[in-house]
Design a protein around this ligand. Structure first.
Ligand SMILES: [Mg+2]
Length: 261
């Protein structure tokens, strides 16, 4: 019996914030960069640690940037976090629509009070007050499972860096004496999600944060290509990550990668 030949389609994993856009505004050259990767016969899978937007919002932001992508080409931290839930589990979300959509799709049951939850998920949110911190950290102290979307300390915007989801996680972790299970890059839930969403082989991770994208690449056993953004400059490099290449824009990074891979 003949063996079924399948072409090895290589996939490039591409971060969004600080790489394709900045605070939702397209970065010059990103469209041409993604088009060039796709024209070379490779696939792109966008991988984001931003738990705020729904998949439709992310797809329309990509479209606005001149890039068409289906939901199967966008791996979100919200889906990674939701993959850790049991069916019908009572979940309290400190976050936005992206997490709500993913938790509902995974069969979780969203409750309106942390005290009623078996699991609390903390993601990107601009709602932060002492009362909510009290209720969420009490629930975790009382035994609720504590899942965090990501540990990103900051979030790049055109006006500089804003506090990221990691700042919220740190508040809950400190007040509850409990470390979160983190779902996003570079952690296991996102590694598993990316494997599940890919066919063929993974070839490279492109991102602007050595501590997440860089370690994620190392965990996957892939080279890391660094797009330098404000987040990179503030964070600096970590000893564990040595990028295959780096440049100030996705387009320049892609052009260098074509000569190296
Ligand atoms: Mg980024």
């Amino acid at each position: 019996m003949g063996r079924i030949e399948t072409e090895d389609v290589r996939t490039w994993l591409v971060d969004l914030d600080g790489v394709v856009w900045l605070a939702g505004q397209p970065i010059a050259g990103a469209r041409e960069a993604i088009a060039a990767v796709r024209e070379s016969g490779r696939r792109t899978l966008f991988v984001t640690n931003n738990s705020g937007p729904t998949k439709s919002v992310l797809a329309s932001r990509l479209h606005h940037a001149g890039i068409d992508a289906g939901f199967h080409e966008i791996a979100t931290v919200s889906d990674a976090a939701a993959s850790l839930l049991k069916v019908s589990e009572d979940v309290f979300i400190w976050g936005e629509e992206g997490l709500v959509e993913a938790v509902e799709a995974a069969g979780g049951h969203i409750v309106d009070e942390p005290a009623k939850a078996a699991t609390v998920i903390v993601g990107w949110s601009t709602s932060f007050d002492f009362d909510l911190l009290c209720r969420v950290s009490s629930a975790v102290r009382d035994g609720a499972r504590f899942i965090g979307a990501n540990e990103d300390p900051t979030h790049p915007t055109p006006h500089g860096l804003q506090p990221g989801t990691g700042a919220l996680l740190a508040a809950v972790a400190t007040a509850s004496h409990t470390k979160p299970i983190v779902a996003g890059k570079p952690h296991e839930a996102m590694v598993n999600l990316v494997h599940k969403m890919s066919t063929g082989s993974l070839e490279v991770v492109i991102g602007d944060r050595p501590s997440t994208d860089g370690i994620f690449a190392a965990t996957l056993g892939l080279p890391f290509a660094l797009v330098s953004s404000d987040a990179t400059a503030k964070e600096g490099m970590t000893d564990e990550v040595s990028p295959l290449c780096h440049a100030p824009s996705l387009l320049e990074v892609v052009n260098i990668l074509f000569s190296r891979l």
